[in-house]
Design a protein around this ligand. Structure first.
Ligand SMILES: [Zn+2]
Length: 976
């Protein structure tokens, strides 16, 4: 505190209450007694709740708060729904009214006196008539009525299963910061008061129920569907109910799941009963889940401390991910990692109960870290639980640590990184990546800084001191400092409270032979490029293959150190394991590492420690070159930096060498990420050079809209007309000029939408023949995949070109035209594919029914509409061994209006005759049905589209007479 305190403040300070409570930890005690009846007809939960609340704080309480979480799903105005709208501009909860949920308090009393709570969204506030002094208790009694929502988020019903989490009026925590009456929002989880639960669940007699706590009384239904029995053998009349009493201590929440279809398995480990609840017929879940449950408890008990509860239930949940509650976890899928993560939460959230909204990293980071640690410990750096597939054997795979880096580092490198210690609702870019991934890497870095042994001591001490208590950063840091003997304030400050980056470079090494000839001296220079300071480790590999590792300080911007070595060092590496989150690891090695890879399809491995060069052979055919073969080389660091591309191909018959080349460099301009690029090719009779500058503008990573600008200059010419498929639509002279492309993705509500505009100015510079202005604009709307079973899309296209343009720059009625086609090797030159295939290269007018008679015009307006659903062809997936992944059907209509019929200059004689006969005055229409499929091969995913435009209103354009007849077009791309 400053000594120059204004005098006026002094009296205030004298009377200010004691605010420092660091040494006076307290926590409140709560005893819930809840009776609830599950009405499966109306999806209601009707009940009463008695809360015995003991005030262990040094403060007199004048208010009391309860969470009413189900109200987040009551209507569009809830804080949860508002925060989704603000954040994503989408209404994720645009669900039918009948599927919504809420929690109403019907009546309430405090110490026998009726009170009316003030309800605001998910928070009920009660002003206490009698304030509650320190050390005193009060009894709150209420009756509640809950409408259970159709499953959404973490809870609800689907079919006969009910997953009930955050379902009862739940006491808001009072700690040294006061009450935490936080409304439930898009991000952030929970915070509960420790205590005892006695819950009496009244459920249909044929239901099995899994819950926090131990059964005291009643039949939980666990014998109804013991594993091994094939069907529900309980034949009592429907409509009868049973009551099951669960009791739990030292927990801060109570969750349960009930279904008549659960199969129940259990086992015992170290006195703990481990139970697994899953749907009948789920072979994957059977047995394996119990094994994973046992392993989780063994691991956590060994690393942290004994599992302190008598029971653990793992339930096959309705949600797709997983969610943790005391003594019970709800997992959407069977996965060892997921079981480890969620059971880990019973420690890091359950036993060490932090405020998950204020410090999500402390529970999510910790349990993500321990899950990775477990998988590495058990299965090695890749954490591979199964046999490697053939594909995995021949292609490199990310280790657990590399995988974490590759999801986080691009966000940090692009400047969207956020502080770990951010309150959940204040995250703007990357809540999940920051909290889970960077959170886990924080603990990984901590283990590196303090060392393995001290880290083990930290976990044990943390457990002994803070089990069944509320933890936070300060409490955890104190344990770390005490157990390691290190001052760690800097570490917590830099990694949790700043957005600073860590980046070191091993600059140079000079090796000199010592004068006494007894070894070598290595003079090392390291540069600190980032702002975070970390202790470094430098590893030398000597001539005989042995290694020497040294810890050095990383504080200076230029670090110079000398090392005495018995032999000449062959290699040196600075933190090769990258425990320090070094954002560019490729410069941490001398000599620098190179990675040469065969470019397998679906191979997304970009090593963080090396510059990668991929190579891929290419072989195809066209009538001029005949067999054509060559290689494509692509170099980059992490597919982000220093991107270079070179393709070289040889035509066997023509004896011509073709090539393509491109260079790209990322840049930051006006606070935006972008790139500069130079590319060119000499390919099958065409020459092309493009130079461009790209800028992507977005305020945050997730908030729409995003804007992409490209400005550039292009030179294009055709030197050999023999390579052109449609010679009537292509001209040879050079086409030169600047261009601007703009793409905006506003993403509103349930539609995804996109506007693209590109403006090209053809200029007669340097004696070029063409001089024109060309504008192409497309707007598309598509339904988002998700809760709508129908997918629909609408596209508008407007193309305008004026002046002296080459034929290939016109707008084509049926598809993207020759310039779009020549970007694909199999469409570029004659003979590459079967001529009668009717390949539809999407674009421009997209009137697919007019494909055989396609031609270009100067002004074109078009509209395309598609609607369809997925075909229930699960059996095809089965019999094809998963290759036929998905099949959709779609109905489509395309409309096109040629806006310059009077000016069909430079069109072919055929088109001229169509113009003369007045056919093109009308709106051109086609319509039909099609299927879209996705094939998944081990090495390759292939989408295809087969459209049947049965109806074409002017068949004369195609040289046909019948409007209605069989026609087809084929494509590997979506229509739009
Ligand atoms: Zn988690």
């Amino acid at each position: 505190m400053s000594r120059l305190l204004p005098l006026a403040l002094i009296p205030l300070l004298i009377f200010a209450p004691e605010t420092s409570r660091a040494d006076s930890y307290f926590q409140q005690f709560v005893h819930y007694t809840i009776q609830a009846r599950l009405d499966t007809e109306n999806h209601m939960l009707i009940g009463t709740e008695e809360i015995l609340y003991k005030n262990n704080s040094p403060d007199t309480l004048r208010q009391f708060y309860l969470h009413l979480y189900p109200n987040a799903f009551r209507n569009e105005d809830s804080a949860l729904q508002r925060s989704y709208r603000q954040r994503y501009n989408v209404n994720l909860f645009n669900i039918p009214k009948a599927h919504r949920g809420f929690l109403d308090i019907e009546s309430m009393s405090v110490n026998g006196s009726p009170v009316i709570p003030e309800i605001d969204d998910t928070i009920a506030r009660i002003d206490l008539i009698q304030p509650l002094p320190p050390g005193e208790s009060m009894t709150v009694i209420l009756s509640f009525r809950e409408k259970i929502r159709k499953h959404l988020g973490r809870a609800g019903y689907r079919g006969k299963q009910y997953d009930l989490a955050q379902w009862y009026p739940k006491v808001v925590v009072y700690d040294e910061k006061g009450f935490h009456p936080d409304k439930f929002e898009a991000f952030g989880e929970f915070y509960g008061e420790f205590g005892t639960f006695d819950v009496y669940l009244e459920i249909p007699h044929d239901y099995a129920v899994a819950a926090t706590g131990l059964v005291q009384e009643g039949d939980p239904g666990w014998n109804i569907n013991r594993a091994g029995k094939t069907s529900n053998s309980n034949k009592k009349q429907t409509g009868t109910y049973k009551t099951v009493h669960f009791h739990a201590e030292k927990v801060h929440d109570f969750a349960w799941s009930a279904s008549p279809d659960f199969v129940v398995q259990d086992t015992t480990w170290n006195g703990v009963k481990i139970m697994s609840f899953f749907k009948r017929g789920n072979k994957k879940w059977k047995d394996t889940t119990l094994v994973h449950g046992v392993r989780a408890l063994q691991w956590l008990s060994k690393k942290v401390g004994p599992y302190p509860y008598p029971q653990l239930s793992i339930v096959q949940a309705l949600m797709s991910g997983g969610m943790e509650y005391p003594m019970i976890v709800l997992d959407g899928k069977v996965s060892e990692g997921l079981v480890l993560h969620e059971v880990g939460h019973i420690y890091f959230y359950g036993i060490f109960a932090n405020d998950e909204r204020a410090e999500a990293w402390l529970d999510e980071g910790f349990t993500s870290f321990q899950t990775g640690w477990y998988l590495e410990d058990r299965y090695g750096p890749w954490g591979k639980k199964h046999e490697w597939s053939f594909y995995e054997k021949i292609t490199p795979q990310y280790t657990i640590l590399e995988d974490a880096h590759r999801s986080l580092f691009p966000i940090l490198r692009k400047g969207y990184g956020e502080r770990l210690a951010t309150t959940a609702e204040d995250f703007k870019n990357s809540y999940y990546t920051t909290v889970y991934v960077k959170g886990a890497l924080f603990f990984n870095a901590l283990r590196y800084v303090v060392g393995e042994e001290a880290f083990d001591r930290i976990l044990k001490t943390y457990y002994e001191r803070w089990k069944f208590k509320h933890v936070n950063e300060e409490r955890f840091r104190e344990v770390c400092e005490e157990s390691s003997g290190l001052e760690l304030g800097w570490f917590f400050e830099e990694w949790l409270h700043t957005r600073k980056k860590c980046d070191y470079r091993l600059d140079k090494i000079k090796t000199v032979r010592r004068k006494d000839e007894k070894g070598y001296r290595a003079d090392v220079e390291i540069k600190r490029l980032g702002d975070i300071v970390m202790p470094l480790s430098l590893e030398f590999t000597l001539e005989d293959g042995s290694k020497r590792t040294y810890r050095i300080e990383g504080r200076l911007r230029t670090i110079k150190e000398s090392f005495e070595l018995p032999q000449k060092p062959k290699r040196a590496a600075l933190n090769p394991q990258n425990e320090i989150m070094d954002l560019n690891l490729s410069d941490n090695f001398i000599p620098r590492r190179r990675d040469l890879q065969f470019d397998w399809p679906n191979n997304y491995y970009y090593p963080e420690d090396a510059y990668q060069i991929r190579y891929r052979p290419g072989i195809w055919y066209n009538d001029i070159d005949e067999l054509k073969a060559g290689f494509l080389f692509q170099g980059s660091y992490m597919n982000e930096k220093a991107k270079r591309r070179l393709g070289v191909y040889y035509g066997l018959e023509s004896e011509r060498v073709d090539f393509s080349i491109s260079l790209e460099k990322p840049i930051r301009l006006f606070g935006n990420n972008g790139s500069m690029s130079l590319s060119g090719y000499k390919m099958e009779g065409r020459n092309d050079i493009t130079i461009s500058l790209f800028l992507g503008r977005r305020k945050t990573l997730i908030h729409p809209p995003s804007h992409d600008f490209t400005i550039g200059f292009n030179f294009h010419e055709l030197r050999n007309k023999r390579y052109v498929v449609d010679t009537e639509a292509y001209e040879e002279e050079p086409d030169v000029g600047p261009f601007i492309n703009y793409v905006v993705d506003p993403q509103f509500d349930i539609l995804s939408s996109r506007l693209t505009a590109n403006l090209k100015l053809g200029r007669d510079w340097g004696g070029a023949k063409f001089d024109y202005e060309r504008l192409a604009t497309t707007v598309t709307f598509k339904t988002r995949a998700g809760w709508i079973p129908v997918s629909a899309g609408l596209r508008f296209f407007l193309g305008l070109v004026g002046g002296q343009m080459p034929l290939q720059q016109k707008f084509f009625l049926a598809g993207g035209g020759p310039l779009a086609q020549e970007q694909r090797f199999f469409l570029r030159s004659p003979g590459a594919i079967w001529e009668d295939l009717n390949y539809h290269q999407a674009g421009h007018g997209n009137l697919r029914g007019y494909l055989p008679g396609d031609f270009g015009v100067n002004r074109l307006f078009a509209l395309n509409f598609e609607v369809g659903t997925q075909l229930p062809l699960g059996f095809l997936k089965k019999i094809s061994g998963g290759i036929i992944h998905r099949v959709h059907w779609a109905g489509f209509v395309d409309l096109g209006e040629i806006m310059d019929k009077e000016n069909p200059n430079a069109l072919s004689a055929r088109v001229q005759s169509l113009t003369d006969s007045g056919i093109l005055d009308a709106t051109l229409i086609d319509a039909g049905l099609g299927i879209r499929g996705e094939l998944r091969f081990p090495f390759y995913n292939l989408g295809f589209r087969l459209d049947f435009p049965f109806f074409v209103n002017h068949p004369e354009v195609n040289g046909e007479t019948d409007e209605l007849r069989y026609r087809y077009v084929f494509s590997l791309d979506a229509a739009f």
